[in-house]
Design a protein around this ligand. Sequence first.
Ligand code: NAP
Ligand code: ZN
Ligand code: ZN
Length: 352
Amino acid sequence: MAKPVCYSTKAFSTASAATPLNAATIERRQPTASDVKIQILYCGVCHSDLHFARNEWGFTQYPAVPGHEIVGRVTAVGSGVTKFKVGDTVGVGCLVDSCRTCPDCRSGLEQFCTDMVMTYGSMDKHLNAPTLGGYAQSIVVTEDFVLRIPANLDLAAVAPLLCAGITTYSPLRRWKVGPGQKVGIVGLGGLGHMAVKFARAFGAHVVLFTTSPGKAADAKRLGAQEVVVSTDEAQMAAQANSFDFILDAVSATHDINAYFNLLKRDGNLVLVGAPEKPLPVAAFPLIFRRRSFSGSLIGGLPETQEMLDFCGAHNITSDIEMIRMDQINAAYERMLKSDVKYRFVIDMATLA
Ligand code: NAP
Ligand code: ZN
Ligand code: ZN
């Protein structure tokens, strides 16, 4: 396939696992017939960006541009685009394409397509080079992977919904979290704070587990009815055998077995956190009381739109701290110290 016509756009990229992110110029394709060109206004900072920039998952190709919580304005559309027009406010999450024909794609579960193209870290079908993410002034995406943003929501605070939002909304919906259930959320970071908001909005009794006692008041304000400091053995023991469902959104290795022990018979722990190193699983906490251990990956395009519309109807957004693009390396260091309240969002105007 011939290389498409490209244009240059400013971005922040990293050259290796050990180097900081720096200003760079990257190439994007000019919009083809089905593409939407988006001026990026805000981009959320996901812990996955950090895992990826530092090659903690082992598949990063450099130079790498992270960023998959993108909101912006449409500045051009291809001749065949029907869903969007210039001036629309739109979002792009972790996916920018997939095969469109496999059973997963036909079920609206594009995240499980073996040919799915991630916003960063995949092979770009057009450019035959790694995809480059949203720490940039603009991006070009096929219209089927572009999302509508409810007009009533603050745009910067919407950005984290594109990953942290859907990644927590999807498992809470799939396992039908709702009234009458006791639900645990582990870790009050970007994902965790959205999980608390959604679980509460769905009517569950929400318990937040944290290693940061100083986050207790915020957890209650965000919707948790109880807060457990997970390093306190007595507080953990008091919760034994009582949960229907637990969502684990921790970014680092931790004792997951301690949480299995908190589930009722047939309770389920869903892992969305993606630590660099394996989590050792003990047999007894699972086999006693027939507990389950599951995983979940972001969400497909239809469910991501459903989540955004739900947020519009219920006035739900992320609690954010806005940063300049050149503060990204310091923001990563703070993220590693669990010092985020509760999502950094880059004001992309600062990249100009
Ligand atoms: P984050 O904002 O950095 O939050 C992670 C939270 O985990 C921290 O705020 C902290 O909460 C807790 N934590 C950190 N280190 C810990 C440790 N050593 N022991 C116990 N708790 C610890 O990260 P995020 O952006 O929410 O992402 C969380 C994880 O989900 C990352 O691994 C990310 O790659 C992954 N992720 C997965 C998907 C998916 O589709 N499955 C999508 C997006 C992200 P407390 O201070 O409350 O303890
Ligand atoms: Zn993410
Ligand atoms: Zn597919």
